[in-house]
Design a protein around this ligand. Structure first.
Ligand code: GLU
Length: 445
């Protein structure tokens, strides 16, 4: 690594103790920036790197609420407003017991580059709480969302910071948060959140966008080697919104998706996952994935072992960070995987990414491959700003164009900086340049 980059990397490690995921995300970007620093020493003079690794603002707050038994509960809420050089902070809210500042900062940092890559006028941020929605009643979820917004409302707004969903936060939770925001502010400010219900300012295609987008990206990568998803076998991990839509869209393009998973294990269905059954179990009933195998004779459930042991042409990790290790990557490579597209944020470890790249596997990093969600959030903001509603087909075609642009931008940038075909380098450099140039133009702020 170039000396200037290495020094700042060490500072990030020292100044953010214990925040391993944040350091991993920074390290991953810095590993790509060598060729940029050689060509553009001005970025060092302007202190761009040191500014980029320090969030503009981070808010931590108490979220008190009362459960159904009358017991007072306390969670910790966060919003990390990372960079607003390109537009209002934009990024999801995650409710998961693992949430702490290091995860919020990794997600916020990734979001800055991802959002830049979409070409849309959005900065990057992320929020959430260490709240576990699993097993909670609808009343408890609503009270939690209301308490969360009772503090957060003062920090967000359509021109300031626009939250959306992430793990544990979907249309239902956005509804409760938007309702509380509207009540406190006495404003119907549709553009203050994305991922809203369609009848109250949401965009068609937004629920499907991340899952469909990652499949579009995988297909575009495959086209560069003269093939497509049609007839391919695919592993998808996860069974949340991203995974379900990725399975559905890949199937519609002619692929056979063999798997789905949750934290208890995974199911293999050799004839292809039955999307309606999966939806019924995971969305309607909010039950365990093992139920799928119970109700479908030809499928089996695996509670130990790794989902990545299933031999496939294409792997699409859609569960969570660091779910795919170096060993898992080696297994996929050994079994002949052709392409990997990340639907989740940072699902592959550093070793896994290197294993794929060394083996010449097409590898689409999350900040490019899963950008369809936030890109469609930006389309929702456009509709809200013009008080318009677009058709499903028009919105879908905008998403498709956007994913193609992102893919081509990665390819062109990787080529320009001497690493043809390397989507990691392409995505990191293209995102970085856009943000860095805007920061220089706007002075030391
Ligand atoms: N949470 C999603 C992501 O990781 C979507 C964010 C958004 O739509 O603002 O990109």
């Amino acid at each position: 690594m170039e000396a200037g980059l290495a020094q700042i990397r060490e500072e990030v490690l020292r100044r953010n103790p214990g925040e391993t995921e944040f350091f991993q995300a920074v390290d991953e970007v810095f590993n790509s920036l060598g060729p940029v620093m050689k060509r553009h020493p001005e970025y060092v003079e302007h202190g761009i790197l040191r500014r980029m690794v320090e969030p503009e603002r981070q808010i931590t707050f108490r979220v008190p609420w009362v459960d159904d038994k009358g017991v007072v509960k306390i969670n910790r809420g966060f919003r990390v407003q990372f960079n607003s050089a390109l537009g209002p902070y934009k990024g999801g809210i995650r409710f998961h017991p693992s949430v702490y500042l290091g995860i919020m900062k990794f997600l916020g940092f990734e979001q800055v580059f991802k959002n830049a890559l979409t070409g849309m006028p959005i900065g990057g941020g992320k929020g959430g709480a260490d709240f576990n929605p699993s097993g909670r009643s609808e009343g408890e979820i609503m009270r939690f969302c209301q308490s969360f917004i009772t503090e957060l409302y003062r920090h967000i707004g359509e021109h300031t910071d626009v939250p959306a969903g992430d793990i544990g936060v979907g249309t239902r939770e956005i509804g409760f948060m938007f309702g509380q925001y509207r009540r406190i502010t006495n404003r119907f400010e549709a553009g203050a959140f994305t991922g809203k219900g369609v009848s109250w300012g949401g965009s068609l295609v937004r629920p499907e966008a991340t899952g469909n987008g990652v499949v579009m990206f995988a297909n575009q990568m495959l086209k560069t080697i003269g093939t497509t998803l049609d007839g391919a076998t695919v592993t998808v991990s996860g069974s949340g919104n991203v995974a379900i839509n990725a399975i559905n869209y890949a199937t519609s393009l002619g692929a056979t998706v063999l798997t789905a998973s949750d934290s208890s294990g995974y199911v293999v269905d050799e004839q292809g996952i039955d999307i309606e059954l999966l939806r019924q179990i995971k969305i309607t009933e909010r039950a365990r994935i093992s139920e799928y195998a119970e109700r479908r004779e030809r499928a089996h459930f695996v509670s130990d072992g790794s989902i990545w042991e299933v031999p496939v042409d294409v792997a699409i990790p859609c569960a969570t960070q660091n779910e795919l290790s170096g060993d898992d990557a080696a297994t996929l490579v050994m079994n002949g995987v052709k392409a990997v597209a990340e639907g989740a944020n940072m699902p592959s470890t550093h070793q896994a990414i290197n294993t794929f790249r060394e083996a010449g596997v097409l590898f689409g990093p999350g900040k490019a491959a899963n950008a369809g969600g936030v890109a469609t959030s930006a389309l929702e903001m456009q509709q809200n700003a013009s008080r318009d509603t677009w058709s499903f087909d028009y919105t879908h075609s905008r998403l498709e164009e956007n994913m193609e642009d992102i893919h081509d931008r990665c390819i062109a940038t990787a080529e320009d900086f001497g690493h043809p075909g390397d989507y990691v380098i392409g995505a990191n450099i293209a995102g970085f340049l856009k943000v860095a140039d805007a920061m220089i133009a706007q002075g030391v702020v």
